[in-house]
Design a protein around this ligand. Structure first.
Ligand code: UD1
Length: 359
């Protein structure tokens, strides 16, 4: 009998991580079932990514929707447990660090279904980030750990995970980036305001620490616009941030707020920008590979190689740190960076090869 793997995806940053895995699984002797938890449900946060990346329709959607962390976690666990009780699988494969990742890992492991975690072992050390809790819980009940860096391997070893369960394979998000870079396409805003390569900035902000208080968010945006020195600042706004922004009046002519972009449009914009200002983790990996300067508005990162090897700098969350960073950028002193080990577009193949061996 063929072995079947449940592939779990729930929120936007999961979709680019599963796309290459599904492709690699199709060419293997393993079967899979794609389960969307429904954590993200807007077309712009979910459906467009499936279309852009050629991901097949999910076999099942748990339709959990929005809610508090406990509500979302519980909703996903209940729905996934029911699914497994009706029709079990041989492995639950989760990616990244979103609520869906942790919830499905728990539901599966309690039914004694082994768990594989792609992007295991990364740590920010910051328990105020819900993702950090998700990472720690998921890794505490994972059987097969697939890592993006040697630092992640060390973090896992320090937790007592035996070496033969840790596989340093690289980064599936970069598989997707490299497989699609020829297909990137300009978003509508490109023509609308006549953007020019290297002459505009891209901003993304959605972390509670940066966006949940409207005046703090306004101060950050003000510092970004000032730093940009008259160049356009394009800001695709996450739904969480959009809600907060409804409460403040922002009068920055150089700031262009737009709806979230699809994968191919967003990365076109990033690739051709002068620099990116973000509080995302995944985007710092993509800018590193594309060689685009990146300013991260966070105090810590679970992806240190984007700073030590790549083009990323951690600025913290105080808007005062932006002025010197823009100064360094405009004076041509931003580091060039290089590409972390095994971020070569072949990670999904390595993962599937390991799974074929161990399952
Ligand atoms: C989630 C992930 C975060 C990731 C981010 C990327 C967790 C804990 N966090 O955060 O790591 O970087 O996705 O996008 O899993 N909403 C919509 N439409 C949607 C989805 C959400 O309007 O399709 C709104 C809802 O009001 C919801 C809010 O956005 O309450 C937040 O969504 P949620 O899934 O709770 O977390 P994110 O902030 O998106």
């Amino acid at each position: 009998m063929r072995v079947r793997i449940d592939i779990i995806a729930g929120a936007r940053p999961n979709f680019m991580k599963i796309a290459p895995l599904i492709k690699a699984l199709k060419g293997s002797n393993l079967d899979y079932r794609l389960i969307h938890t429904g954590q993200h449900y807007d077309r712009k946060m979910s459906g467009d990514f499936f279309a852009d990346l050629g991901i097949p329709e999910p076999d099942l959607n748990l339709n959990v929707g929005s809610g508090s962390h406990a509500e979302q976690t519980a909703g996903i666990m209940v729905a996934y447990e029911k699914t497994l009780l009706k029709d079990s699988s041989d492995l639950c494969l989760v990616v990244g660090d979103v609520t869906s990742t942790m919830a499905c890992a728990i539901a599966a492991q309690k039914l004694r279904i082994p768990v594989a975690h792609v992007e295991a072992g990364i740590r920010s050390g910051d328990w105020a980030m819900p993702e950090e809790i998700n990472r720690m819980v998921t890794d505490s009940i994972t059987n097969y750990f697939f890592t993006t860096s040697k630092v992640a391997n060390s973090n896992l070893s320090r937790c007592g995970i035996p070496d033969d369960r840790i596989f340093f394979v690289g980064n599936t998000m970069i598989d997707t980036l490299l497989a699609n870079c020829e297909r990137f396409r300009p978003p509508t805003v490109w023509k609308e305001i006549g953007l020019v390569t290297g002459q505009y900035f891209v901003v993304t902000l959605h972390r509670p620490a940066n966006v949940d208080e409207e005046h703090g968010l306004a101060r950050l945006l003000e510092a970004i616009v000032r730093g940009a020195r008259g160049l356009p600042v394009i800001f695709p706004v996450h739904p969480r941030t959009a809600k907060v922004l409804e409460a403040v009046e922002l009068e920055f002519p150089d700031l262009r707020m737009i709806e979230p972009l699809s994968y191919l449009e967003f990365n076109y914009l990033v690739k051709h920008s002068k620099a990116v200002i973000t509080d995302s983790g995944g985007i710092t990996e993509e800018t590193t590979v594309m060689g685009v300067p990146c300013m991260t508005l966070r105090d810590s990162t679970e992806r240190p190689e984007t700073v030590t090897v790549g083009t990323n700098e951690l600025l913290g969350t105080d808007s005062a740190a932006l002025d010197p960073a823009f100064e360094s950028l405009f004076s041509g002193n931003w580091k060039k960076g290089s590409i972390p080990e095994k971020w070569d577009g072949k990670t999904a193949e390595r993962i599937v090869a390991v799974l074929e061996k161990v399952l």
